[in-house]
Design a protein around this ligand. Sequence first.
Ligand code: GNR
Ligand code: NI
Length: 178
Amino acid sequence: MAVLDILVYPDPRLRTIAKPVERVDAPIRKLVEDMADTMYQAPGIGLAAVQVNAAKRIVVIDLSKDQSDLHVFINPEILKAEGRQEIEEGCLSVPEVFAPVSRAESVVVRALSKEGERFELQADGLLSVCIQHEIDHLDGKVFVDYLSRLKQDRIRKRLQKQAKRAIQPVSVGDAVTL
Ligand code: GNR
Ligand code: NI
């Protein structure tokens, strides 16, 4: 069990375009497991490798309440997208921000499984949204990119301020425990 650190917007590493996985081998399967651990611990319903600073095209999703329905997508590709839906999205890399985003209602996705086997899946509703949100991460995109410039600026400033506060400066006279 290994929980990885999740990059926080506006970290420039979230703009990385992930590279396809060439072979689904033991190190890749270990990364998939660590990503699932990280997603469950957060907790979130999806996670893309770019969010844990791994530039590989890997996504994990589990919409269940009891960690019983893990979907693994390696090198996912959207073959077909139809219709439109808008739901309130959130992102583990953009804490405490929720906003509606317009996306395809249904998608057909092709990917490799954890065993390296090709499969296709038709998804709609929240699973469809989540697949699109995660594939965006693999292309260096974050859901706030779809919001107005004003909202993006506010979110960026707020999270930058929080990141600065999280680094506690040690001032003269502070007790230091070794
Ligand atoms: O946990 C998550 N919830 C969520 C809710 C609505 C739309 C998309 C998501 S994905 C998000 C986890 C995440 O940041 N994945 O990249
Ligand atoms: Ni996200």
